[in-house]
Design a protein around this ligand. Structure first.
Ligand code: PHE
Length: 502
């Protein structure tokens, strides 16, 4: 145990000196984390925490040791159970302890004070974003040097863009089509929220929806933490409990969600989800003669099959049993579309505990969550998830309000350029960290990062070779530009990831 503590301590110090705090957290994850499924959302993860002053090294080490001894229970939605003992170097927050407002560090008043202190020109440069009525400055979200923060600049630049609120954008068009379905079938009963701030507490994102303390999705490898108690929501389910507590019985929440992930044409660290919740009172199921859970499950399936037909036409569908911490039973809806089965959404009957905590002892409810990009890519024939962020007129001009399913015409397919990078990894290496480094340098010019070779030599050293595909969705890249990017990537990988280039 002592040996382990010392080793961790060495890593902490080493990484702290090495620079970006993000690597500090991940350095404390002893094993690689799961590969996540794209879809409605995927997973989320981690341990039990209590508030500690950030940067308290020994406490962090203590928490690390504690976590490393915890076994992680079930994963929602995942099929692979690789990350059994997850640890993080962040303070603990027990479900009760982290009840503080997600905006405790971001209150509009403190932000206003900050901007008042700045000279006018500097204030304009440090433009405050306004998201969901909350003013946010960059330094509130990206804090280099703070070991409890792992949000990079590239992610900050996405905050407040709210692609789902643009009526001429494929995501906005799809959102509105789903709204039309619910409005048409439930005569406007569903209240819609699409401007809730993505900055939420750990409690809202995880505890309130019963995500186990040691679930993989809570890790710093998978989730963007602003500080030990505050995250960029990784699913719209983060708003369920609050809205239920406020007395809403039928609601739809649309928003941008954030997850650290690998890089390919269907994965991007920011995407958009829609959440739906419907609460029933006893008279509704009693009249049917069914028990509450069966009644809710039946209604849920009927509602979502109708939604799938509204979006995709007369498709074949099937229900697959699955697991989410917040629903039981839980299902995925798949449709047969373009000659294959495709997962459309995740859903289920809300865990009674969530309703109980919102003061609804006698109710039953259903909930669903769907990923807008995944559906929009199929409906509009959009081949690459990066295109949703494009401001190129040749992309944006192809979509207009109310036109669901207009097929995207690629303006041209630019050639990819592949570059390989090989290195000896250390125990703390994770692919998500590599992807974040690559994105930090190449931004949206990187199309894919793929592991193409992996071996361990006689001395027990493991080498990974990754193939990076550089391709712009808008123009041809020059050799010079790509070589320059690749050299910068090599340098950053070496400096930030504690690996040895080969
Ligand atoms: N929040 C889940 C995810 O991100 C989706 C979901 C929502 C599943 C509501 C069930 C009920 O994967």
């Amino acid at each position: 145990m002592v040996g382990f503590c010392c080793e961790v301590l060495t890593q902490l110090v080493f990484l702290n000196v090495a620079g970006h705090t993000e690597w500090l957290h991940d350095a404390l994850l002893p094993s690689p984390i799961l590969v996540r499924k794209q879809l409605t959302g995927e997973p989320l993860s981690l341990p039990r925490r209590k508030p500690l002053a950030s940067g308290t090294l020994m406490a962090a080490v203590a928490s690390l040791v504690h976590f490393s001894l915890c076994r992680h229970s079930s994963l929602f939605h995942y099929h692979h159970l690789r990350a059994l003992a997850l640890s993080v170097a962040i303070p603990f927050s027990s479900s009760a302890a982290s009840a503080s407002s997600p905006f405790s560090t971001l209150s509009s008043s403190s932000l206003r004070q900050k901007s008042k202190r700045l000279p006018a020109a500097a204030a304009a440069a440090a433009a405050l974003l306004e998201v969901g009525g909350v003013k946010i400055a960059k330094e509130d979200v990206v804090r280099e040097g703070d070991p409890t923060n792992n949000v990079p600049d590239t992610i900050f630049s996405k905050l407040g863009q709210q692609l789902h609120r643009r009526d001429n954008h494929p995501l906005g068009i799809l959102k509105n089509a789903i709204f039309d379905y619910f409005d048409g079938n439930y005569s406007g009963k569903f209240t819609k929220f699409d401007d809730l701030s993505p900055i939420v507490s750990v409690k809202e994102n995880f505890d309130d929806v019963l995500v186990p303390a040691d679930h993989v999705s809570r890790s710093y490898n998978d989730t963007y933490y602003i500080d030990a108690h505050t995250v960029l929501r990784c699913h719209t389910s983060a708003h369920q409990a609050n809205l239920l507590q406020k007395g809403h019985n039928h609601f739809l929440v649309t928003g941008d969600v954030y997850r650290r992930d690998s890089i390919d044409s269907t994965h991007y660290p920011v995407f958009h989800q829609m959440e739906g919740v419907r609460v029933f009172s006893p008279d509704e199921w009693l009249a049917s003669g069914m028990d509450a859970t069966s009644y809710a499950a039946m209604d849920l399936k009927k509602a979502l099959e109708g939604l799938a037909r509204h979006l995709f036409g007369a498709v074949e569908m099937r229900w697959v049993d699955t697991y989410f911490p917040f629903t039981n039973p839980s299902f995925e809806l798949e449709i047969y579309f373009q000659e294959k089965w495709m997962e459309v959404l995740g859903c289920g009957v809300t865990e009674q505990e969530i309703l109980k905590r919102s003061g609804r002892m006698d109710n039953v409810a259903w909930a669903f969550g769907l990923g807008l990009e995944r559906l929009a890519m199929v409906l509009f024939d959009i081949p690459d998830i990066r295109l949703f962020w494009s401001t190129d007129e040749r992309f944006t001009s192809q979509f207009s309000e109310g036109q669901l399913g207009v097929k995207f015409k690629p303006f041209s397919k630019f050639p990819p350029c592949y570059k390989d990078i090989s290195f000896w990894i250390s125990d703390i290496f994770t692919e998500n960290n590599l992807c974040e480094v690559v994105r930090g340098i190449a931004g949206d010019l990187v199309e894919e990062v793929q592991l193409i070779d992996n071996f361990t030599n006689k001395k027990g050293m493991t080498s990974h070779c990754y193939r990076i595909a550089y391709r712009s969705t808008e123009r041809s890249l020059t050799d010079e530009e790509i070589n320059h990017l690749q050299w910068s990537v090599r340098e950053a990988v070496q400096n930030k990831l504690n690996v040895v280039l080969r």
